[in-house]
Design a protein around this ligand. Sequence first.
Ligand code: CUA
Length: 337
Amino acid sequence: MTIFGIPIFPEQASTFAKDVDALYFFIFAVSAFFAVVVAIGVIYFGIRYHKTHDSEIGARIEGSLPLELLWSVIPTIIAMVMFGWGASVYYHLRRPPAEAMHIYAVGKQWMWKFQHLEGQREINELHVPAGRPIKITISSEDVLHSLYFPAFRTKMDAIPGRYTELWFEAQTPGEYHIFCTEYCGTNHSGMIGTVTVLEPAQYQAWLQGGAAEGTLAQRGAGLFNDLACSTCHLDTGQGRGPSLKDIVGKMVELQDGSTVLADEAYLRESIVNSQAKIVKGFQPLMPTFQGLVSEENLVALIEHVKSMSPNATTAAAPATGAAAATPKPAAAAAEKK
Ligand code: CUA
């Protein structure tokens, strides 16, 4: 966006960029208006009522109820408009649509690593299709980072040991900045990248260009065997660990009688901090994998577990199952409509 030919804002390249900007400019305009009113008032009163000779004494003013009501009620209304408007934009920004395409991001000193469910991996680059909601699940391998897409008007912190998420729907094909906006050490300012928004057909072509090592879920399946998870977590439920079949999106009963939703956060915790939540009827036999599995491999394992729940109702899981099983027909169908 330019004002008088001067570029002051990044492009509005996502569906909600206009909403964010409108709110921003509204708050900016209200602040500017009152700043000007107060400044003019200060100058005017300073001149109009300044002391002209030494014996002058100011008049005693007891106050004015109508005036006080006025300057309480009007700012309250303005603040509530900002609050209501802000909350509505915020809800929209923080709730990825159920049909969103899923991508994983891992922050690391000093780079952004992205993983597509189809298997593609990128560093400081991200390719996404235009006109489709994209959900990015974010984690960090070391310290706090923050994934920021200025042209999409959205950002979210990358927090070690936790999954956070953001979403956007890019509208205009092109290349846009990726920034890290949380100071994370010496090369924080160099932790930048490029997001390339492609036409859906181009994106499909780009997807076909790589993925020699299989989908993310397939890579997870390999790890599941390599780490010997498969020796205890038998599908039959007769193993030393609980069966992982069809658990995603469901409530899991725990030893202490409580229940927990089997989502990504629960799966992650159960791998890195295996003693935290013991499933009812099982012994705390599983070793911890803290420090033994990288964040990238963790998401591969989680995608593998999610692929065992093809009918899961959580936002991301159905897309996962479908993408893992039949990436090309699904892609072709998406292209046709
Ligand atoms: Cu990563 Cu700043």
